[in-house]
Design a protein around this ligand. Structure first.
Ligand code: TTP
Ligand code: MG
Length: 348
């Protein structure tokens, strides 16, 4: 059966988070990166890209191109927090997720509850926008290479599907730099002998790929013919299933916190059931308004993936906590899996 693979990638991620957290930055050229003299740009908003600014460019050059830009230091802890929220949403689509970086992942949704890739893509885009307030670009295809190419197609806030009947025509006019897996050096080498477009490369005999590109040559030969058999690899040695959320406003109302725990327990139980996994250590984590993290765990004497077991344990943990400060983030996770179930998960 043909697979359905999604590649998702946040738009101008660090810069978008800055614009999310500070309304005054919206619609403006925002450049995030090291601010020292030798610092480089981590990323910039699409408004700044119009001036030619891009990732990895020295800040002093960016300042020449875009003197009116707003230059900000990175706030990694915040990007990680938002990244966690994004991956929580992705996990509601499937557990077969391969994270590639803080803002990017492959999903294999072939056996998920979604009828097709477009539906799953819209679901992800809607939730990321409504719950987090950011835009994400999604590519849909029947393999990883084409899904990644597709997510870049209509950036920002893009959605694009590449189907089998579009191959190879859709690929032929692209510059070879668009072929994921072809490094900068290889692109230069090929440019030097007059190969600029996929079309030029497509016409070369198989031997040429091996001679010019070495051991990855044959993969490139396949890819531009729409062939890529790489699996979406789930996070290796996965040790826990979890959910967490930064609250809209800090609270120390236990009733409100319990509502979150109930929701999370339901979501985690559903994922565990789907993957046929059972765990026995349940952890509640929360962050207080002063950013202090607290974690409390309880290990049951049996394995479970049952909603009530998870929720009741969380409630017990929370009941034993004295909460004096406001809480800004709450989450739960389950770990210590039954041996055979996690083996199955790896195989799967
Ligand atoms: P990317 O997804 O490559 O870039 P982006 O999300 O900023 O923009 P877009 O996807 O819309 O083109 O990288 C994700 C984040 O990783 C980015 O926001 C900042 C960080 N990053 C660096 O710190 N240095 C880099 O050289 C790159 C490419 C990214
Ligand atoms: Mg991105």
């Amino acid at each position: 059966m043909e697979k359905v693979i999604l590649h998702v990638d946040m738009d101008a991620f660090f810069a978008s988070v800055e614009q999310l957290d500070n309304k005054k930055l919206r619609g403006k050229p925002v450049i995030v990166g090291g601010v020292s003299e030798r610092g480089v740009v981590s990323t910039c908003s699409y408004e700044a890209r119009k001036y030619g600014v891009h990732s990895a460019m020295p800040i002093f050059i960016a300042q020449k191109l875009c003197p009116n830009g707003i230059y900000l230091r990175t706030r990694m802890f915040r990007y990680k927090e938002v990244s966690g929220q994004i991956f929580n949403i992705l996990r509601d689509v499937t557990e077969i997720i391969e994270p590639l970086s803080i803002d990017e992942a492959y999903l294999d949704i072939t056996n998920s509850n979604f009828d097709n890739g477009m539906e799953a893509a819209k679901y992800i885009k809607n939730r990321v926008f409504k719950e987090i307030g950011l835009t994400i670009s999604v590519g849909i295809s029947y393999n990883k290479f084409l899904a990644k190419l597709a997510s870049d197609w209509n950036k920002p806030n893009g959605i694009k599907i590449i189907t089998k009947n579009m191959i190879p025509e859709i690929l032929l006019p692209l510059p070879i730099s668009k072929i994921h897996g072809l490094g900068k050096k290889s692109v230069e080498k090929l440019n030097n002998i007059g190969i600029f477009l996929v079309k030029d490369l497509y016409e070369m005999p198989k031997n040429f790929y091996i001679e010019y590109l070495g051991k990855y040559g044959l993969e490139i030969y396949d890819r531009i013919r729409g062939i890529d058999n790489r699996e979406v690899k789930i996070e290796r040695d996965r040790k826990s299933y979890g959910r967490e959320r930064t609250l809209k406003s800090d609270t120390n109302e236990k009733e409100e916190l319990l509502m979150y725990l109930e929701n999370f327990s339901g979501e985690i139980s559903k994922s565990l059931l789907r993957d046929n996994v059972e765990g026995k250590t349940i952890t509640v984590k929360y962050k207080t308004s002063d950013f202090q993290s607290h974690t409390r765990s309880k290990t049951l004497n049996y394995y479970t993936n049952n909603f009530k077991d998870i929720y009741n344990t969380c409630r017990e943990i929370l009941d034993n906590e004295e909460i004096t400060q406001g809480i800004r983030l709450i989450g739960i996770s389950i770990s210590s899996f039954k041996e055979n179930t996690i083996e199955q998960l790896k195989l799967f």
